[in-house]
Ligand binder design. Structure first.
Ligand SMILES: [Zn+2]
Ligand SMILES: [Zn+2]
Length: 240
């Protein structure tokens, strides 16, 4: 039991929200049951129901980037729960200010613009209960996109930077494909092959898995040569 807790300082669940099926996630410190809601794009009732089911006390809202499906419900939820918002990086301010307009365009009339209590930068740390999450700035999908990770639990929340088998779009305002690929290689890969990530859409994966098989950013696609750890190879073999 004690051993188990040692390995699992945090726990996370995913609640898909909005017509975009965005992976809103809730992560909490197992010891204190204090938690954070990541990217509440909308469907706040579903999010709050999950919070209640797991008996978590939410202490903050964390935002990876200010697209509608990720941040459209942030303002309302922060008011409802009376908790602060942290993130994204300040380069996403132009999107934060235009959220209501983005909402009108897609028929999501509840979407509201929001202000953050704390912009986050590369290398910043965020607290959830007694646990610390690291922050990395990963521009390319949006200029102010950040990701969060828990070092020991090997769990990351990466928004629309990378998906299982794909990467984020770079054809939206101020997107940049080359910058996105650089962000992935420079900021995500050093976090380790075994890091499991919750993407903004679709199923979970690990960085090691994507370095083997992702058509956009695998080591093969990018011409990166390295020794792949046996553990990742085994994982890959088991999947086939
Ligand atoms: Zn996005
Ligand atoms: Zn998205």
């Amino acid at each position: 039991m004690a051993e188990n807790n040692q390995e699992r300082e945090v726990r996370a669940i995913v609640v898909p929200v909005t017509p975009f099926q965005q992976n809103c996630s809730i992560m909490w410190c197992i010891e204190t049951k204090m938690g954070a809601i990541f990217d509440p794009g909308g469907d706040l009732e579903n999010i709050l129901q999950a919070v209640e089911e797991h008996e978590i006390t939410i202490e903050k809202i964390l935002i990876t980037h200010a697209h509608l499906d990720h941040a459209g419900g942030a303002h309302e939820l922060s008011q409802k729960l009376n908790v602060p918002i942290e993130g994204p990086h300040k380069e996403d301010l132009f999107l934060m200010e235009s959220l209501a307009k983005q909402g009108e365009k897609f028929g999501l009339n509840n979407a509201k613009s929001f202000k953050t209590n704390r912009y986050l930068n590369n290398g910043d740390e965020v607290k959830i209960g007694n646990q610390i999450l690291g922050v990395r700035h990963c521009p390319g999908h949006t200029p102010g996109h950040i990701i969060f990770f828990h070092e020991k639990a090997k769990l990351a929340v990466v928004g629309d930077v990378i998906f299982q088998g794909s990467i984020g779009r770079s054809d939206l305002p101020r997107g940049n494909h080359e910058e996105l690929v650089n962000s992935i290689v420079r900021e995500l890969w050093p976090l380790g092959d075994e890091m499991t990530f919750i993407p903004g859409h679709g199923p979970l994966s690990t960085f090691g898995q994507e370095r083997l098989t992702n058509p956009y950013v695998s080591d093969f696609a990018l011409g990166i040569e390295r020794e792949i750890s046996q553990k990742v190879k085994d994982q890959e073999n088991n999947n086939h």
